[in-house]
Ligand binder design. Structure first.
Ligand code: HEC
Length: 118
C-alpha cells in the first residue's frame, strides 16, 4: 500500500514539474495582470528599457526599433510587451533569458494604464 502511494506521489510530482517546466520554456504564459499601483514611465518603465533594451535599440543600429524615449517606446509598446513574452515576436532581450515576470508586469500595467508619460 505504502509503495503505491509513494509511486503515485512521485508520478504526480514528475507530471506537474513537466507541465511547469514546459510552460516556462515557452515563455508565452502570461500571468493575470495585477496592477495595484500606477506605474511611472520615468522611474519604472524607462529605466528597465534603458538597461535591457536600449543598448541594442538605439539610433542607427538597424534593428527597426529605437527605444529611447516616451514617444518611440509608447509607439512600439505592443511589440515590446510581445517580445518580452515571445508572444508573436522574437524573444527579447535577444538571445534570452526573458526578463523576470515582475519587470514584464510593469510594462504590461503601464500599457494597460494608457501608456502615460508620467
Ligand atoms: C543584444 C541586442 C538586443 C537587445 C539587448 C534587445 N534587442 Fe530587440 N532586437 C535586436 C535585434 C538585432 C533585432 C532584429 C532581429 C531580426 O530582425 O531578426 C531585434 C528585434 C526586436 C523586436 C522585433 C522582433 C520581431 O519579432 O519582429 C522587438 C519588438 C524588440 N527587439 C524589442 C526589444 C526589447 C523590448 C528589448 C529589451 C527587453 C530588446 N529588444 C533587447 C537586438 C536586441
Amino acid at each position: 500500500m505504502a509503495l503505491k502511494a509513494y509511486t503515485f506521489i512521485f508520478a504526480l510530482t514528475l507530471y506537474l514539474s513537466l507541465i511547469f517546466s514546459c510552460a516556462k520554456d515557452k515563455v508565452t504564459v502570461i500571468t493575470p495582470l495585477n496592477c495595484p499601483d500606477t506605474i511611472s514611465f520615468t522611474t519604472q518603465v524607462l529605466p528597465l528599457i534603458q538597461s535591457n533594451c536600449t543598448g541594442c535599440h538605439n539610433v542607427g543600429n538597424g534593428t527597426g526599433y529605437i527605444l529611447t524615449n516616451h514617444s518611440n517606446i509608447s509607439a512600439s509598446a505592443n511589440a515590446i510587451l510581445g517580445s518580452m513574452h515571445a508572444n508573436g515576436y522574437q524573444l527579447m532581450p535577444q538571445g534570452g533569458p526573458a526578463l523576470p515576470d515582475s519587470l514584464i508586469q510593469k510594462v504590461a500595467c503601464w500599457l494597460d494604464q494608457g501608456k502615460k508619460n508620467n
